[in-house]
Each structure stands twice: as structure tokens, then as C-alpha cells.
Write a protein that binds this ligand. Sequence first.
Ligand SMILES: NC(=O)C1=CN([C@@H]2O[C@H](COP(=O)(O)OP(=O)(O)OC[C@H]3O[C@@H](n4cnc5c(N)ncnc54)[C@H](O)[C@@H]3O)[C@@H](O)[C@H]2O)C=CC1
Ligand SMILES: O=C(O)/C=C/C=C(\O)C(=O)O
Length: 489
Amino acid sequence: MVNESVRRLQSFVDGAYIDGVSSWEKRSPVDGSLVAVVEEAGAEQVDAAVAAARRALEGPWGRSSVAERAALMRRIADRIEARFDDFVAAEIGDTGKPLKQARELDVARAVVNFRSFADTVSATGLDSFLTELADGRRALNYAVPRPLGVVAVVVPWNLPLLLLTWKVAPALACGNAVIVKPSEETPSTATLLAEVIAEAGAPAGIYNVLHGFGPGSAGEMLTTHPDIDGVTFTGESATGAAIMRGVAPYVRPVSFELGGKNAALVFADADLEKAVAGLGRSIFTNTGQVCLCTERVYIQRPVYDEVVAGLVEHARGLRLGRPEAEGTTTGPLISREHRAKVHGYLDLAREDGADVLVGGGIPDLGADLADGAWIEPTLWAGLDHSSRVLREEVFGPVAALMPFDSEDEAVKLANDSRYGLAAATWTSDLERGHRVAQQMRVGMSWVNTWYLRDLRSPFGGVGLSGIGREGGTHSMHFYTEPTNVCVQL
Ligand SMILES: NC(=O)C1=CN([C@@H]2O[C@H](COP(=O)(O)OP(=O)(O)OC[C@H]3O[C@@H](n4cnc5c(N)ncnc54)[C@H](O)[C@@H]3O)[C@@H](O)[C@H]2O)C=CC1
Ligand SMILES: O=C(O)/C=C/C=C(\O)C(=O)O
């Protein structure tokens, strides 16, 4: 039985909430309590969303000016700010993440995403060339960006609103219509955003939300729909591969930000206090559920023991608890299913001979939280580089610590991965910092910091970590198709 006070979440198509074909119960990873009943969209709702988005593009929205669209982005940002606490509550309800993080990272970044892409679209000029041929003819070439069209936005559960708005803001700023498929684990903020975008004066049909799952459900139905024009996706690499297969018959562009198995390198000359604090953040933020999180830490041998001791102390100082509780630093994993996956790696690490320095199991947080998806922050030493624990993305609050001797060895170990998303180098030798950072085979290479973002810079990965870059003008390129005009003068 569903308590009457429990929210029902519906898909949002053509400016209105619509019924689904079935429903599921979204439960809190904090204590297993019921958060919402979510209606699953079926093929009919997917068709309706694609048709609504297409109609919107054919209407006034398709002729809107950059200035009008930038103004709308700013009004949406203002409306999110006006309902900041509602977004924070919705995000916490779905994920169990600490209140402070939801406020300072997730929802704050949603506001910045809209403002930043309002700025970028306003400042982006045209590519143009004055062409002078050998025979004396002259021409003006200029490329006019047209919207990509109907864009499918498929996003995961780890930073739900942040990652959703990171794609929706530039897509709308460029004049597209979007159909969002939020994760089945985090349906709330995408639904609330529909209300806010409508309140900000957006035309019906430019922002649609379909609730559902991946294979055989709304995710697959949307990304294999013949009338979408492109897919932007963040999530697991295997899911990216499945989406690629789905769009292949229609030859649609994709932008993928996928998994990571990110390395950090700590050199003996680093400021160790800062390095340990930075590593603590890069391993454990969001319970390790950020694609950028560090899961492999290489430490130069002379400072190995000191860094290991510092990290163990940091992990022991983390406070697992309810999002709103004073002092909570760390929430649960997103679900029991995901915990089973992470727990599988804890078992595997032991089988592969890891020395478990801290954590390694499921914590006892009392009867109140017994039905949640809690896991202990865990650090390992002594793992061989060939262990699957060091090759596969765990996506939990875990890292393996390993010593190295030379810079060349550290670079080689860090790059020994099929993933290539992010890296962090800790050193007080600036030359080394630049040298090592540039050798990392990744999309984002930080020096003496981690997850410091400038939204104008390219964001994405190489290898199994993705295809393409988003951010600033890189987003503009993905969400538009240029038409080159050549006028003989
Ligand atoms: N690197 C990253 O950013 C993330 C990695 N993960 C990893 O992925 C694992 C699986 O978690 P999931 O939530 O299942 O992530 P996922 O990557 O499979 O799901 C992300 C989104 O894709 C949708 N989806 C799944 N299969 C699809 C398909 N065939 N076609 C279209 N859409 C599809 C999902 O419904 C969700 O909205 C996690 O255990 C975690 O390790 C999960 C979330 C983010
Ligand atoms: O800051 C961003 O734009 C994105 C951060 C994190 C991810 O992309 C992720 O965890 O997938």
C-alpha cells in the first residue's frame, strides 16, 4: 500500500505532466523508506515527447534569438535559486547525500550551469573567412550554427541535477528541444525542474522528461527513436556502448561522458598536508560516486608511510549519517543493488591479497539505518596492478594505495588503464607538475587540486571514458550543426 502522502512523479511532455503505463517505488538509500511512486513512460509517451519536441522546434522557439534564449536561461537560474531548498530536499530525498554537499555542489552548480551557458551563447561568434583565390576571386565564408534538433539527454544518479543541467542548459541555449531521461534512482529534481522551466516562461515542448529504466524501457526507447537528432549521455561505459549501438542505424551524433578509474600521483616533494586533504576529497566525495573520483593512488616511496597514515586517519574521521545530521560527511551508496556491486569488489580485493587498511565492510549504524545502502570508506594496500579491483570502476568510497620510485614509473602506472577520464598530480615542483600532468592520457589533469571546475574548459574523457567534450564552446559545437555560407564577392 502506498501512503497517500507519498508523492507521485509523472513524466512531463508538451508542458504537462502525463500518466505512465506502470509505476515503481523509489526508496531512500538512507533507510529504505518510500520516497515517491514514479510512473514509467512507455512507447506512446516516448513518441509523444519526441513529437512535442519536434513541434516546439517548428514553432516560435525555432526562430528565437540568442538574446531571448540567454534571457530564458537566466530566468531559469533565478527560479532555481528561488526554490533552492525544494531542490536540495528533492536531491537529498533521492540520494541521501549530505545536506552541505547538496547545497554547495549539486544545486548551486545547477544555477551556475544556466548562467554560464547564457554567457557562453551570448559571447560565441561565427567562424568566418575572407577567401582570396589565386585567380583573383574573393568570397566570404561564414558558418551559421543551427540547433542540432531534438536532443535525448540521458543522465545518471550520482549528481542528478548537476549533470542534467550541465547538458540541458547548453542544449536549450543553442535553441534545441530536449527530452530528458533521468535515472530511475533519482527522478525528483528533473521533475521539479520541469515546473521551474515552465514558470520561467519556456514554450511547451522544449523541456520534456520521461521516467523509466534503461533497456526495454524509456531509456532505450528514447535513444533508439528514429526522430531524435542526437544523444548526450553520462553514465557507465557499457551503457554508452549500448546507446551507440542503438543510434548507429540512424547515424546520430553522440556526446558521452563515461566511467573512470582515475589515478592520483603523490610526489615526495608535495605539500603532504594539502595532498592528503585533497586525496581525501577525491576518494570520498559523494561516497566515491563521482566519475572523477580517485580509485588509484600512487605515492613516492620516501613519503609512502606518511601519506598512507594520513589517508587512514582521514577515512576514520568521516562521519556516516543522515543528510541533515550535524557533522555528516558521508552518505550511503545510491541503492542496495549498487552496494552489492561495491561489496563484490571488497570481497575481490581480499581474495586478491589486499591489506585492508581501513573499512572493508558494511557498517552497523543502528536499526534506524539498517535498511539503507551504507558501506564503509575503504583503503587498500598491497594489491597487484593486474587485479580487477585496479582495472575496473568500483564507483564507491574506495582506493588502492601503491608505492612508486621514479616519475617515469608513476606516469606509466597511471596511464595503464583502458579508462582515461581524470588524474591529479601532487607536487611542489611546478615544472614536474606541468610535465606529468601533460603526460596523463586523460581528459582532465589536475595539479595540486581536484575537481576544480571552469565551465568554459573542455570536459570529457578518452578511451572507455567517453567521446567528445562538453563545456563552454565545446558544448556549443555539440549542440549545434554549422551551415557554411559562401558568398562570392
Ligand atoms: N561514471 C559515471 O558517471 C557513472 C557510473 N555509474 C556506474 O554504472 C553502474 C550502473 O549504474 P546505472 O545507474 O545502471 O548506470 P547507467 O550508466 O546504466 O545509467 C545511466 C542512465 O542511463 C540509462 N540507461 C541504462 N541503460 C540504457 C540503455 N540501454 N539505453 C538508454 N538508456 C539507458 C539509465 O536508465 C540511466 O538514466 C554503477 O554501478 C556505477 O558503477 C553509474 C552512474 C554514473
Ligand atoms: O562537474 C561536472 O560537470 C561533472 C562532474 C561529474 C561527472 O560528470 C560524473 O560523475 O559523471
